[in-house]
Write a protein that binds this ligand. Structure first.
Ligand SMILES: CC(C)(COP(=O)(O)OP(=O)(O)OC[C@H]1O[C@@H](n2cnc3c(N)ncnc32)[C@H](O)[C@@H]1OP(=O)(O)O)[C@@H](O)C(=O)NCCC(=O)NCCS
Length: 192
């Protein structure tokens, strides 16, 4: 059971968000970032996650145990109905179903704002993330071989995709996702 609540991330959450992310920057290939982020950097990052590209947190007992985002997947205009999803659960809170609750909230938000496809970029060895994506209905869309290098080894990037509304191409989708304030290409690869 999950006693977590999901809400929009606030500036006050940034230290917790940063600590969770930096743990994985330091210790894992879950993110292709190799340098820790400063709180100041994440404050700026949070200002870019509004409207169609929200940042949400999962809270338990008043503390942030996970965060997740929708980001613009790529800069060019024809990609405007596609979002990238990222979810990071605090290391002492994984494997208890928090990630899927947060991911489902992000997918629901993606539908609400009019995104058409959600993409997840997952390093090949991230079994927890691959499992979560499959269980949420994401399908394998390809693997890029040896595009990442961290901890002195080559890393493959698995692309997983969830198409939200197969008919929306026929039903005049919004010209841009509602509430979109930023359209910025994400840093390519698995990250935030
Ligand atoms: C991937 C992630 C978001 C999944 O969220 P979660 O809350 O752990 O998801 P679940 O509890 O549903 O667990 C999913 C599966 O992964 C397994 N798992 C999760 N964390 C694990 C860990 N640290 N070690 C081993 N297995 C783990 C779970 O046991 C479960 O498998 P099972 O049902 O066969 O037992 C979360 O584990 C996480 O934040 N991991 C580190 C950061 C990361 O990889 N983010 C995604 C980047 S693409």
């Amino acid at each position: 059971m999950n006693d977590v609540s999901i809400r929009t991330a606030l500036p006050a959450d940034v230290p917790a968000i940063t600590a969770i992310y930096n743990h994985y920057v330091r210790t894992s290939t879950a993110t292709f970032d190799t340098e820790e982020k400063s709180v100041e950097d994440r404050v700026e990052w949070l200002t870019q996650h509004v409207g169609a590209y929200p940042a949400l947190v999962a809270e338990r007992d008043g503390g942030v145990v996970a965060w997740g985002t929708l980001s613009a997947w790529a800069r060019r205009r024809a990609y405007r109905h596609t979002a990238e999803i990222s979810v990071y659960v605090a290391p002492d809170a994984t494997a208890r179903g928090v990630g899927p609750v947060l991911a489902n909230a992000l997918i629901a938000r993606a539908r609400e704002v009019g995104h058409h496809a959600v993409v997840s970029q997952i390093v090949h060895e991230n079994e927890a993330s691959l499992k979560m994506a499959s269980r949420l209905g994401f399908e394998h869309a390809g693997t890029l071989r040896e595009v990442g290098r961290k901890f002195d080894r080559w890393l493959d990037l698995v692309l997983m995709e969830l198409v939200l509304d197969a008919d929306s191409g026929q039903t005049s989708p919004a010209e841009k996702p509602r509430g979109a304030r930023v359209e910025r290409g994400s840093e390519w690869g698995t990250g935030s």
